[in-house]
Design a protein around this ligand. Structure first.
Ligand code: PLP
Length: 472
């Protein structure tokens, strides 16, 4: 008997229990606290950490409920970071993807899964006005940004053959941390990343950018890439993408857009994203604003040849022996990854099930919820809006009462910690012009206007408590 094979009955028990746990979880998501009330040592104590030499069979499933209870719930009142809410039809497809265990690396490994990924990537491109772009699904926006900049480096300052030479990457000072990480990992060197200041709307200043590029070109260095943000992580600002595209063309630089947070909102608000389709490469994150369960990022690019220049290092053992362009296709020649998960299945099923129109409406709801919160903040004399709300991130803070000695940053840090502990809403924070701010980001298909109002109620209740010294 093969050691890991179970009977049909045993499989039924495992899958049935998993299904029941999943459905119970979905039924209770609305009532769960926005963050579990556990300490670090309690999470350690949740699980047996003994290497299980002898298995315990289906009893292992009994250990799962505490893991569920100790995790971040897909709560309608979770507004931290940029965190998608996990659409359940997609999650069901993800289970099937694991059961099928397709390796989506080349057409010959998995004909229908590779074809499905090509189709959904085409759908994503079309949905945001980038028809004709190709690309691939990735583990997230960070991986997509790394791949986009690897393509840029290889296109403008080839290093695969003879090593890296100095060249410059330009991005705004609001750019996401995955860009400096990519610049460092690619050996471009973080000293060669120029952070360009922003205007009052947190959009990159193109006049300063131009001056910097001219200075660098004069000094004999090559501009590798300009990175534009379609939704900065702190405030959701959208850089002037068309102007950046023009500058990139003028100076022969690659134009990469980090759209991990915002680009998918072009499905609902295309006018805010003019210039998206002028990118050479563009990252977007269906596991954020298309509510897909982790993981599901995407890199789109204009030319597959650019991707192959960066990523094709095919060994003899993997060379395709067929001529047919469809059947000889291999993602491993256009991506960092070789073995690849069947990410397209969840995206395909949830898009086919709901249709793009429903996703557009959900994104519009998020945008409306952000405007509602901004409006409620503006209406409260004890609160201050810290940045314009362009997408779905709202940065604000509690104002100290007149004559109150507590320092504002410290007070708002305490408010955040206490709000999180109370478990009614989950917020994160951002530094806006050096000031500590509370931040709510709406990429949550479960949220209602009542949930948005809870944010105000919680921050005011806790802020007043702390500011009056009722509790410290
Ligand atoms: C603007 C931006 N870029 C990139 C990323 C990284 O995406 P991921 O977490 O999928 O790697 C994020 C994540 O929040 C982001 O907001």
């Amino acid at each position: 008997m093969n050691p890991l094979i179970l009977s049909d009955e045993q499989y039924k028990t495992v899958f049935g229990r998993i299904m029941r746990l999943s459905l119970d979880y979905l039924a209770s998501v609305g009532e769960r606290p926005s963050f579990p009330q556990v300490t670090g040592s309690e999470t350690r104590a949740l699980l047996s950490n003994q290497l299980p030499e002898i298995g315990i069979g289906a009893s292992a499933l009994d250990e799962l409920p505490p893991v569920i209870d100790g995790g971040r719930p897909s709560s309608p009142r979770f507004f931290g970071y940029v965190f998608g809410s996990g659409e359940p039809v997609a999650a069901a497809a993800d289970l099937l993807a694991s059961v099928l265990n397709q390796n989506v690396t080349a057409w010959r490994s998995s004909p229908s899964a590779v074809t499905m990924e090509q189709i959904v990537v085409g759908w994503l491109a079309q949905a945001i006005g980038c028809d004709g772009f190709s690309g691939s699904l990735t583990g997230g926006g960070s991986a997509a940004n790394l791949m986009g900049l690897a393509m840029a480096r290889e296109a403008r300052l080839p290093a695969n053959q003879s090593g890296a030479r100095p060249g410059i990457v330009y991005a705004s000072e609001q750019v996401h941390m995955s860009i400096p990480k990519a610049v460092a990992l690619l050996g471009i060197g973080r000293d060669y990343l120029r952070y360009i200041p922003c205007d009052d709307d947190f959009r990159v200043r193109t006049d300063i950018l131009r001056a910097e590029i001219e200075r660098d070109v004069e000094a004999g260095t090559t501009p590798i890439a300009i990175v534009g943000s379609a939704g900065t992580v702190a405030t959701g600002s959208i850089d002037p993408l068309s102007e950046l595209a023009e500058l990139a063309r003028e100076f022969g630089a690659w134009f990469h857009i980090d759209g991990a947070y915002g680009a998918l909102a072009a499905i609902a608000e295309p006018a805010s994203f003019a210039g998206l389709n002028q990118a050479d490469s563009l990252s977007l994150d269906p596991h954020k604003w298309l509510y897909q369960p982790l993981d599901c990022g995407c890199l789109l690019y204009r030319s597959p040849a650019d991707a192959r220049r960066a990523f094709s290092h095919t060994g003899d053992y993997a060379k395709s022996l067929v001529e047919d362009p469809i059947e000889s296709f291999a993602y491993f020649e256009e991506s960092i990854e070789l073995s690849r998960r069947f990410r397209a299945l969840k995206l395909w099923l949830s898009l086919r099930y709901h249709g793009l129109e429903k996703f557009r409406e959900a994104i519009r709801n998020d945008l409306r919820h952000a405007q509602l919160l901004a409006h409620l903040v503006a209406a409260e004399s004890e609160l201050e809006l810290m940045a314009p709300v362009k997408l779905s991130a709202v940065c604000f803070r509690f104002l100290r009462p007149e004559g109150h000695g507590v320092e504002a940053d410290g007070l708002n840090q305490k408010i955040l910690q206490r709000v999180l502990r109370r478990g009614k809403v989950y917020l994160s924070n951002a530094s806006i012009q050096g000031k500590f701010s509370l931040r709510a980001c709406f990429v949550n298909h479960r949220t209602t206007p009542d949930d948005v109002e809870q944010v105000i109620a919680e921050v005011l209740a806790v802020g007043r408590e702390l500011a009056t010294g009722a509790e410290s």
